[in-house]
Design a protein around this ligand. Structure first.
Ligand code: BGC
Length: 747
């Protein structure tokens, strides 16, 4: 159910420009140097600076700051939209006060709509791949690249930072998020946002909250036990916000406990602004606003993409006292404070030429850190280029490209969709886009002395025949996903299971490289010799995969989500689908009005509560295909010497040794089992550390555990509570391989 996409937006913006009077154009484009304003003195705090501006603002200026300027299909267009940079959102500047426009662009794994706007941007590996690296410094570099490319294109706000937990792995946006664990997801998203904001670009975290399925997202009402919510989905946001101070929090489309997220006092005021002390501004997801007074009182600070509620209607509500002046001022203050706090006011964006080659290298390195070696029987990998004489490269489009994630996260490939003729590949909503990063070419480059042949796999018997005559068969399997849909199942599409089974039967040296946004089922897992999870691999994906296949890079990533054996093992065997009255009528011209007015709610209850991902499989004692935290290496590691020092922030110390012959990096994971009185699942992740080790090297590692991660959320006391009692601390290389264990008493 796509919500209108703005591929025609630029045309409309151009059309609007013809309607503009010259005076409007000059007013809107005038830039004040701002230096003469008192609030440009950096000696004042962001809050003080914001307060000074608010005092000077007229009511109209304040209202203008409360909303965007429209988007085709989702809200009418303002003539002032002509000054938009072509991104998803634009807030008009106030030259009189030296306040620049806010130019927002989607930027989940790279800057969106660059092709449409005649520009270039790098596609990084998908966000879930970033989480698979478990590398906080890598996360910062991920964000820094996005921030740099946003600036180069003239944007000053990113709409990324997706951190909804993988509660429902068929969610079509799983690739945009950071996996199933709140501590990993929260820390990773924070490092990405810190990287973005370090470029003096406003960061954003989304979609707040519990927007864990796409089906019926504008109507679904989510119910979950409050303690479970605070310890799972909301905890990921809490950590992300406390560790990165993002400028924006995007409230989601769905309802939670009966109220839309964007007019939900519990979520926006009680939890976000009071409990977490969030200082930035809440912006609606695009078309996610539903009211003036209720939304404003609940804590929604800004409406996107238009002004259905926060334009004239808000102005009238302020004039009549229905929305108190102080409430409006708080909304405006939060936006301005964020602009000062991120440095955007002192270092305004200037366009430049992006560093394309640098971007490709960052994308490759991050992907190399993100590819998970799931299985490697008899050390099938790495391949030895000097010894392998023939290789069959098999799989849909593996000769030309690798798949990317769709929707508002979609990055445009520089020369268009690799499976279409050059230049004909404009990206379209809900149409899979293959990036021009060719596995066949990258493998040929590595194995120059070998005969490397390609088969698309369309005829599995022909592919099996080629595999039979080759030393090694490498199958590139894919599962595309996108915003605006959920996956019908976790099985690979296009009969790929059958293809893999046939090829594996023909060649005992069969390697499968999976390109997916999340877990897939693998009925053939026992039959193949090696499996790599490459995710949606980004602009330089095939070179990164080839580097891992041939051992130039030693894999070090670990799963940020569980691969179940079958969908029957999920908490909800089926995704709840909306009834017809909960689906907007896409064919009617004013569908946005229908969404804004509200669609009939339908119910989804997360009765599994806190048991998301591995916590569910652990508690329900269900065996999985590949557990959370799992990932192999071409070397081996040993763990020893666990010491736990109780205290306010308990310290967990241990030694990791690289016991093999290659340099590598091990993601050491720390889990805790809470006292029985807590009635929690058997264990939860409470810390991790990616340790780089030369062959034979060992390092002592100390991780301080945040007491919150050991606590339960006490709803009556509205706070985190560390229960006195015995805690089991476990350390190792995966949630199912924890060789070190110690019990400590905490009180
Ligand atoms: C998506 C957001 C996105 C926005 C702007 C919405 O449909 O849910 O994630 O940032 O559109 O494109």
């Amino acid at each position: 159910m796509p919500l209108l996409r703005p591929s025609q937006k630029l045309c409309l913006v151009l059309f609007c420009s013809l309607l503009l009077t010259p005076s409007l154009i000059s007013i809107a484009s005038a830039q004040s140097d701002g230096k003469s304003h008192a609030w440009m003195n950096t000696g004042f705090s962001p809050d003080e600076r914001a307060s000074m501006v608010v005092k000077e603002m007229t009511l109209d200026e304040k209202i203008q700051m409360m909303h965007g300027t429209g988007m085709v299909g989702l809200s009418p267009m303002s003539p002032l939209a002509v000054h938009s940079n072509g991104g998803a959102g634009y807030v008009v500047e106030i030259p009189r006060l030296g306040i620049p426009a806010i130019q927002m662009s989607d930027a989940a794994y790279g800057v969106r709509m660059s092709g449409e706007n005649g520009r270039y941007s790098t596609a990084l590996p998908s966000c879930v791949a970033g989480a698979a690296s478990w590398d906080l410094q890598g996360g910062f570099e991920y964000g820094a690249l996005i921030g740099r490319e946003l600036r180069a294109q003239g944007y000053n706000m990113s709409l990324g930072g997706g951190v909804n937990l993988t509660r429902e792995p068929r969610n079509g946006r799983t690739f945009e998020y950071m996996g199933e664990d709140p501590v990993l997801a929260g820390k990773m998203v924070a490092s990405v946002i810190r990287g973005i904001q370090a470029q003096h670009v406003l960061g954003d975290i989304k979609h707040y909250a519990l927007n864990d399925q796409e089906s019926g997202r504008n109507a679904v009402n989510i119910t979950i036990d409050k303690r479970a919510a605070r310890e799972s989905d909301l905890l990921a946001f809490e950590i992300g916000i406390e560790e990165s101070d993002p400028a924006g929090v995007m409230c989601s489309y769905n309802r939670v406990y009966g109220d839309y997220a964007c007019e939900n006092k519990y979520l926006l005021t009680e939890v976000l602004k009071k409990d977490w002390n969030f200082k930035g501004f809440v912006l609606s997801d695009w078309g996610g606003a539903h009211s003036v007074e209720k939304a404003s009182a609940a804590g929604m600070d800004h409406e996107q993409p238009g002004w259905i509620f926060y334009g004239d209607d808000l102005k009238k509500a302020v004039e009549s006292g229905k929305v108190p002046q102080a409430e409006l001022d708080d909304h405006v203050h939060r936006i301005l404070r964020a602009m000062f706090a991120t440095g955007l006011m002192d270092d305004p964006v200037q366009r430049s030429v992006p560093d394309v080659l640098g971007g490709l290298e960052v994308a490759r390195k991050l992907e190399e850190q993100s590819i998970v070696l799931l299985k490697n029987e008899k050390s099938q990998l790495p391949l030895d280029a000097a010894k392998v004489h023939s290789i069959a490269v098999i799989g849909p489009h593996a000769d030309v490209g690798m798949i990317s994630g769709g929707g508002s996260a979609q990055v445009d490939p520089p020369v268009g969709n690799a499976i279409l003729p050059p230049g004909k590949g404009q990206t379209r909503w809900l149409e899979p886009v293959w990036f021009p990063t060719s596995p066949l070419k990258s493998i040929r480059a590595k194995a120059a002395g070998a005969k490397v042949q390609f088969d698309s796999g369309a005829d599995p018997s022909a592919a099996a025949a080629l595999a039979k005559n080759s030393d090694v068969a490498i199958i590139f399997a894919y599962q595309w996903e996108s915003e605006g849909m959920d996956l019908p199942s976790l099985a690979l599409p296009e009969h790929q299971d059958d293809l893999i089974a046939k090829v594996a039967a023909a060649n005992p040296h069969t390697v499968v490289v999976v390109e997916s946004g999340g877990p897939v089922t693998m009925p053939w897992a026992d039959k193949v010799s090696a499996i790599l999870e490459a995710w949606f691999a980004g602009s330089s994906g095939s070179d990164a995969v080839a580097n891992v296949l041939f051992g130039d890079v030693n894999p070090s990533a670990k799963l940020p989500l569980t691969f179940p054996r079958s969908e029957a093992d999920l908490p909800h065997p089926k995704v709840v689908q909306p009834p017809p009255e909960s689906i907007p009528n896409d064919t009617q011209p004013e569908v946005w009005k229908q969404i804004a007015a509200g669609l009939a709610p339908f119910q989804v209850t997360y009765d599994e509560g806190v048991k998301v991902g591995y916590k569910w499989y652990d508690a329900e004692k269900k065996a999985v295909l590949f557990p959370f935290g799992h990932g192999l290496s071409y070397t081996t590691y040993s763990y020893s010497g666990l010491k736990v020092t109780p205290g306010k922030n308990p310290k967990v110390t241990f030694t990791v040794k690289n016991t093999g012959k290659r340099d590598g990096a091990e993601v050491a994971q720390i889990y805790a089992a809470l006292p029985a009185a807590a009635t929690e699942p058997p264990k939860r992740l409470v810390g991790f550390n990616k340790v780089w080790l030369k062959a034979g090297e060992s390092k002592e590692v100390t991780v301080e555990v945040n007491p919150k991660y050991l606590s339960i959320f006490n709803v009556e006391q509205n706070g985190w509570q560390l229960l006195p009692g015995e805690y089991g601390l476990m350390v190792g290389g995966s949630s199912e391989n924890l060789p070190l264990k110690q019990t400590v008493t905490l009180n």
